[in-house]
Design a protein around this ligand. Structure first.
Ligand SMILES: [Zn+2]
Length: 158
């Protein structure tokens, strides 16, 4: 399953932006197929989507720019329009559902894989880089993430 909306990447990947998403229209808000349809309709894309059962869908290859961050600014690095230099990962969750243990476990594995492939400087939240528009990832356990990434040099800024 691939998304339609992406473009060539001309700059190195420096950041990872964490998102959450779900389908408002679907009887099952966690339905991957409905979420992918919704993203296509909204002209949005993530590189990776992690389902409730922990399955990682690679929707846009990371050598392409995905359309996940939109108008954005990372104050600590004074960088705007984060799409061009970031990878977007979305975990399927509602505002109140939280995340399944296997979702978090597989997120950490994915991050460690990406750290080997790219010179990642920081992981951040969509909310942090677009605070007036976005509040995701909702109810995310940043302390857990930070504790799992202690041995890396990657900054966790949310
Ligand atoms: Zn988001």
């Amino acid at each position: 399953m691939h998304l339609k909306h992406f473009e060539p990447r001309n700059e190195p990947v420096r950041f990872i932006v964490i998102h959450s998403c779900y389908s408002e229209k679907s009887p099952n808000p966690f339905c991957v197929k409905q979420i992918i349809q919704m993203l296509d309709e909204l002209r949005l894309s993530y590189h990776f989507l992690i389902s409730r059962s922990g399955h990682i869908f690679e929707l846009v290859p990371d050598n392409y720019v995905a359309w996940h961050a939109g108008e954005s600014f990372f104050p600590e690095f004074k960088i705007e329009k984060l799409n061009k230099c970031s990878i977007g990962i979305s975990l399927i969750a509602t505002e109140s559902s939280g995340y399944t243990p296997v979702q978090m476990k597989n997120l950490i594995e994915l991050l460690n894989f990406l750290f080997k492939k790219h010179s990642i400087e920081a992981i951040t939240s969509h909310q942090h880089i677009a605070p007036s528009r976005k509040s995701d990832p909702w109810a995310f356990n940043w302390d857990f993430l930070r504790s799992k990434l202690k041995k890396t040099r990657v900054k966790v800024i949310y």
